[in-house]
Design a protein around this ligand. Structure first.
Ligand SMILES: [Fe+2]
Length: 693
């Protein structure tokens, strides 16, 4: 690397808050005197956002308050013994970044495994981490990565990572995972203290993971209110042994979802107990903590310092004006959401371009979660909202070619609510600026597979209560299907359609979406609309089950009344079953008649025979109760996605392999040509995901 290159590289590193390290010409034996002292590096090590010749390395080395910055060295070696050290660099940690340290090491070889460790001047060292560089952009070798989301150490065990590590350690070298794409909810900022919920949560025991230094108690849980609080929750999560081991084994590509800032947060607003409140200071604090704890190639507008986040000084200010895309044009809001730019693209050889987007910072207000939409929900049809009503809310002033109705019927038709959405712009999840960037990335990508790393799920989630036979329950009072108001792309009809039209019109092939957030496994086809409208898929789409956070099936098992007339559609139980079954999966995949048939006969085959083929032609697989992780394997001819589902992770497994599996399934998609329809072939490798297929 020439000196000019070095200067440019150092600038690049500084933009990510990292010192720069360079590969040495010849490997040497370590001279750092490293002796492992994990107690002095209690959050372990991590690496992130590899490219073909560089990777970000991270650790935290806390010191007593008032101590001056600590100088560290980082070594990168070709071997675990560090007899072939190929790069070393100075790093330092200070209180300004909560003693976290970032180093961007360049000059590495592509597609190669490296080992790294940090050492202080006294020879005290971190644990050893393992990382990997990406293949060269022109290298068409097969590649693999995992995608995960939603880990909750307050309420569950992270045994999914243990299983992932176990299998990857035993995989042949060319088949090992290159990186882990973490699609958010790495932390849950909402924390229950054990005394707040002695009865636990659903099936879960509440763990005492953190006490916020300041915090705010809402209802029976606690939320962070400032930088120290957000730092405290990241530290708590990194003390989980399985999370820490996973970070030490693979480079992570991290993107926040909602819980890195706030449960019902959007832009720099929070929503609690039905009220929206400005939270610009908290959004900046959340971004700063993310910057400090997640090594990522994310730019800060004032990011020329290695340590200082240099976040904008903001004041919590109500937002009253929104632009044509629902973006709050209030100075503190714009400064807060602009304090860390999360969306970015990474290349992993010839076969993968990974385009990662931010679904929370720029989105307009989610319409189905608004107070006024409550009239569209009813306990008679749990979780369901009329699809037609949700289309009115989503398209807002653009509905019906710009002629939205003045009022909307309540779900049971007994009264009308004013259409408060009719003067609003259509819902956007990406926001205008990010969407332009995203479509441009899709359009110019030369990779075989254009992989959209999307923290929230895209596959539409609907049911057919209009097909309920008379006498089972009250008749469904709306024409057509029901959707589920789950506040993701499922009901973002307009913007999802816009993106899929773009893919179709530009003849873009190899369009794959990987997502999280929904706490469920889904595999299917990316389609703008479903029957009775046209059905024309433009890609394949997947959602990964949560690592550990509870899903809707578990919630329904505890919350749905035993005598609910529609219980068979959600957590049904045939006479032959000893406990409730996740029949919600069958409802989404096959419809109400299949669920009723199952309740009557306990025969899954027979139940599937009553499938409504128009309900979900886009869904190949759905498991609303599954936990675990997902793997993508890409070659220049095909892509394969694997779901590894574990039992409900209530307690940490003491087994080396992380415990037993519920099932393992794979979906194979050969590369399609422009104009051809994408296909998914299901292969059940082990277990029986019976209601999911
Ligand atoms: Fe989540």
């Amino acid at each position: 690397m020439s000196s000019v290159d070095r200067r440019t590289f150092a600038k690049l590193a500084a933009a990510f808050g990292a010192t720069a390290g360079f590969g040495d010409l010849f490997p040497v034996t370590s001279s750092s005197g490293w002796r492992e002292r994990r107690d002095l590096f209690p959050e372990g090590v991590a690496s992130g956002d590899s490219d073909h010749d560089s990777v970000l390395l991270w650790t935290r080395c806390p010191q007593p308050a008032g101590t001056s910055p600590v100088h560290l060295t980082v070594e990168v070696a070709e071997d675990l013994q560090f007899s072939r050290v190929v790069a070393h660099a100075n790093a330092y940690a200070s209180s300004a970044a909560d003693w976290t340290s970032r180093v961007l090491v360049g000059g590495l070889h592509p597609a190669k495994v490296y080992w790294y460790r940090f050492t202080d001047s006294a020879g005290n060292g971190s644990r050893i981490g393992r990382t990997m560089t990406a293949p060269d952009p022109g290298d068409s070798r097969p590649v693999a990565f995992a995608f995960v989301s939603c880990q909750n150490t307050n309420q569950g065990a992270q045994s999914a990572y243990r299983r992932m590590i176990f299998e990857d350690e035993r995989a042949p070298e060319g088949a090992q995972l290159g990186f882990v794409l973490h699609l958010g909810d790495f932390i849950y900022e909402i924390v229950w203290y054990p005394e707040d919920r002695p009865q636990g949560m659903y099936d879960r025991r509440i763990r005492d993971i953190v006490r916020y230094p300041t915090g705010e108690k809402i209802d029976d849980f606690h939320i962070p209110v400032n930088l120290e609080d957000y730092r405290a929750i990241y530290r708590a999560y990194l003390h989980d042994p399985d999370v820490q081991d996973a970070r030490a084994r693979w480079p992570f590509v991290n993107m926040w979802d909602n819980h890195e800032f706030s449960w019902l947060g959007w832009q720099s607003l929070q929503k609690f107990e039905g009220a929206t409140r400005p939270a610009q200071t908290r959004k900046v604090a959340a971004n700063q903590a993310f910057f400090e704890f997640q090594p990522a190639r994310m730019a800060r507008p004032n990011g020329d310092s290695l340590e200082q986040f240099n976040g904008p000084k903001v004041v919590d200010t109500p937002i009253s004006q929104f632009d044509d895309h629902g973006l709050g044009i209030e100075t503190n809001n714009l400064a807060a959401i602009g304090s860390l730019k999360g969306y970015r693209a990474l290349q992993w050889g010839r076969n993968i371009d990974l385009i990662v987007t931010d679904q929370r910072s720029y989105r307009s207000e989610e319409p189905t979660g608004m107070q006024q939409a409550k009239a569209l929900l009813s306990n008679d049809f749990p979780e369901m909202m009329p699809q037609q009503a949700m289309e009115i809310l989503d398209a807002a002033r653009a509905y019906n070619n710009g002629n939205p109705p003045a009022a909307i019927r309540s779900i049971d038709g007994s009264f009308e609510i004013p259409n408060v959405w009719k003067s609003r712009p259509p819902q956007t999840i990406l926001g205008a600026e990010q969407k332009t960037w995203f479509l441009e990335k899709l359009n110019t990508s030369k990779a075989t597979w254009k992989i959209w790393g999307n923290t929230t799920a895209t596959l539409e989630m609907r049911a057919d209560p209009q097909n309920l036979p008379a006498g089972v329950a009250k008749p469904w009072p709306w024409p057509g299907y029901a959707g589920f108001a789950i506040q993701d792309w499922s009901t973002s009809y307009v913007e999802r359609g816009e993106i899929y039209d773009f893919v179709q019109n530009r003849g873009i092939t190899g369009f794959v979406t990987v997502a999280g957030d929904r706490h469920s496994f889904w595999a299917g086809l990316a389609a703008k609309s479903l029957p009775p409208n046209s059905f024309s898929p433009v890609g394949v789409a997947f959602v990964t089950g949560s690592i550990s956070a509870p899903g809707i099936v578990e919630a329904l098992e505890h919350g749905l009344p035993k005598d609910h007339p529609l219980r068979a559609l959600y957590v049904g139980q045939a006479q032959t079953d000893s406990k409730p079954q996740p029949t919600l999966n069958m409802l989404l995949r096959h419809g109400v008649k299949s669920c009723l048939e199952y309740a009557k006969t306990g025969d899954v085959q027979k139940a599937r025979a009553s499938s409504n083929p128009d309900l979900s032609p886009h869904v190949a697989f759905v498991d609303m109760g599954g936990h675990g992780y997902s793997i993508v394997r890409a070659t220049s001819q095909a892509i394969e996605t694997e779901f590894v589902c574990i039992p409900r992770p209530l307690e940490r497994s003491d087994r080396e392999d992380g415990g037993p599996l519920n099932y393992r399934v794979k979906f194979h998609s050969p590369l399609w040509q422009s104009g051809q329809l994408p296909k998914l072939e299901l292969q059940i490798v082990e277990g029986d995901p019976k209601f999911s297929i």
